[in-house]
Design a protein around this ligand. Sequence first.
Ligand code: HEM
Length: 329
Amino acid sequence: MESHHHHLQYLLVLVVVTATIFMIPTSTFAQLTPDYYDKLCPEALPIINSVVKEAIACERRMGASLLRLHFHDCFVNGCDGSVLLDDTPFFLGEKTALPNLNSIRGFEVVDEIKAAVDKACKGAVVSCADILAVAARDSVAILGGPKHWYQVLLGRRDARYASRDAANVNLPPPFFNLPQLLASFQSHGLDLKDLVVLSGGHTIGLSKCSSFRDRIFNDTNIGPEFAATLRESCPRIGEDTNLSPLDATPSNFDTTYYKALLYKKGLLHSDQELFKGAGSESDRLVELYSNDPYAFARDFGVSMVKMGNIKPLTGYIGEIRCNCRTVNY
Ligand code: HEM
């Protein structure tokens, strides 16, 4: 009887110890959740939405720029707000990396959102990384309509470090071919479907001449008239910063981007790599999204959540920045 009692005590201790061990990682690797700010600061998401709306009303392109910021954040050390950090004496930030230099934009809008949420939440409650995720989702929904609204997962914290080298290595350049693009996405836990549907982000926004010059002078799988028209504003030499739309309707989140690929009218080399007309898996996905806006909207949302889940900082790792451009002191 006595020894039976002891056995029970041992069992209880074992259960408690095991439970404790399993609970430590739970708080360290906490999952992102859709309702993260519901109690902490219920005003946060409506405020982000209204600032994004206002910014897009002044300049439609800003929606594209905000979407791209979230992508460039997530592909470099995870979705941790690192893209927003300025250079410091301790590290060079990502803003001056080749894919970002004189190209990514929207920082003033992020600052405006941050100031507005911090005021409403009475302090730094909402992370800069989460602001980027929500602003990207809202931009897409504003430019594409309600079917493009998806539930965004939240609870990311902000990094205290950024790396220019990491940005140069991890962001795919526009001259990549399909295997290289796929390898880049796979290195972030994403697959071919994610690559094709997230490249649909290029249904909005603009590109500089220097990003597609090689394509319009040297590529063969490009419509000849399309290329000739582009060469007028993007000559062999000079005019590097002249802008062209990534698809024919750069202010609308629609399926025009995929339709263009069917006619060899992708602006970037990397865009046209997704469709060559030889019946590949990638070709099939482009065909699907070109004529099914609902499949595009649905799969885009799913892949955005997947991208938004790349290595977030949670629990006690990282911080909630007071200024998105600098780490806290
Ligand atoms: C698949 C690999 C990708 C490559 C090689 C790529 C490359 C580029 C390049 C070169 C530009 C033009 C930059 C400039 O000339 O200043 C651009 C713009 C843009 N990219 Fe991508 N991108 C990729 C994927 C994505 C993804 C996954 C998204 C979002 C889901 C995205 C969203 C955008 C947007 C919205 C713009 C226009 C930004 C603006 O107008 O401010 N891109 N991209």
